[in-house]
Design a protein around this ligand. Sequence first.
Ligand SMILES: [Cu+2]
Length: 466
Amino acid sequence: MLTRRAFVNASTMSAVAVAAISGRGQAASIPEAATMKEAGTQKPLAPHTGPDYNPIVTLNGWTAPWRMQGDWKEFHLVAEPVVREIAPGMKAYLWGYNGQSPGPTIETVEGDKVRIFVTNRLPEHTSIHWHGQRLPNGMDGVTGLTQPPIKPGQTFVYEFQLRRAGTFMYHPHADETLQLAMGMMGLFIVHPQDPAGRRVDRDFAFLLNAYDIEAGTYLPKVNTMLDFNLWTWNSRAYPGIDPFIVGKGDKVRMRVGNLTMTNHPIHIHGHEFNVTGTDGGYVPKGSAWPEVTVDIAVGQMRAFEFIADEPGDWAVHCHKSHHTMNAMGHTVKTYIGANLGNLQGKIAKVAKGYTAMGDKGMAEMGSMEMPMPDNTLPMMSGFAQFGAVEMGGMFSVLKVREGLSAGDYKDPGWYKNPPGTIAYAFNGTLPEASRATGSPDTSHTKADVRVVKPGSRPAMPGMQHD
Ligand SMILES: [Cu+2]
């Protein structure tokens, strides 16, 4: 739900900003700063000016509204403390923009002249760097190097023309370690001037970020460098990350930017994709390369595209397995194969309620109701139609469904698998249904088992021999 802040008028602006605006003979009013209360994926914002592009879907996020002032597209970002729901059951005290972390996605078209007002409501100074953009040096947002800091209470104005299309980011370049660790970042999308040129049916975007928030607390530890316990997409952790809803046959694009301090190999199931965008912009047609996993290095952006032609509920996740866990204790010992049976009784005598865990593996944690401090996410969680998913962190689901109309992003529920297409427990005979479909291969039944050993040459009908 979009709510409107009170109009910020010239009297609250800094002398610098007023001078900047009046110097250009503009009316000294700042566009309203919209703010977002909800952490769910908001409806994409169709353009009301300029080329008719297909708008971006910001995963668990939203798009900044703008107004036209002459031929300038004007936005208003407010840097401020926010409360972000990381997943149901856990909130974090972060810093962000316009009510959320990440801030709203800025969505524009190549050639646009943008004027971005930035108001600082943080307790310390800030600035915004427009990551990846070509712009006048003094608009680059590096405190001390290209501009003075934006002090608390001040509003600064950034003005530049968008010289190339692609996927970009924005983030502070002032007290950067702390401000990034607190969640200050956003996406900046520039569509090509001819929207038909690179059109897709569903265009998703998200940022990779990470937090270190101790169990039972709300504030990120800002001095952590690598050992984060919450690996997030747009400051959300699974099962709080919304699914990607797409129609069967849709051309889908995902745009991903990495503002963590390690790389993330993003992997999708059931489909291969083409990498069509990098930090440098669109990959020339014909040079895109196929992958099922794309590694996104620190500070990088990647866009990839595929035709969603396989119906189902397909996992999409970072392939570093520790990044699909929440609040993981990296100092916990490994007990696989140990006999914890006796230990349980002994420790329970001194520590009431102690449960020995992990002698068979850690999967039991995915379905157990363990007592935890308030405001803490389970390490492995999420339930689907076949039980516990045993995931957390950077994990979501690509839901490919037949017959979705354009712009329908409603969660369709779990996939209804056609009969005979789900992996099943073998009980000595193959089920009738499986034999009837002819696929999988049912020529080898219990009564007719042909064993093929390494090195042996089986005489298989239809096989060519040299
Ligand atoms: Cu990762």
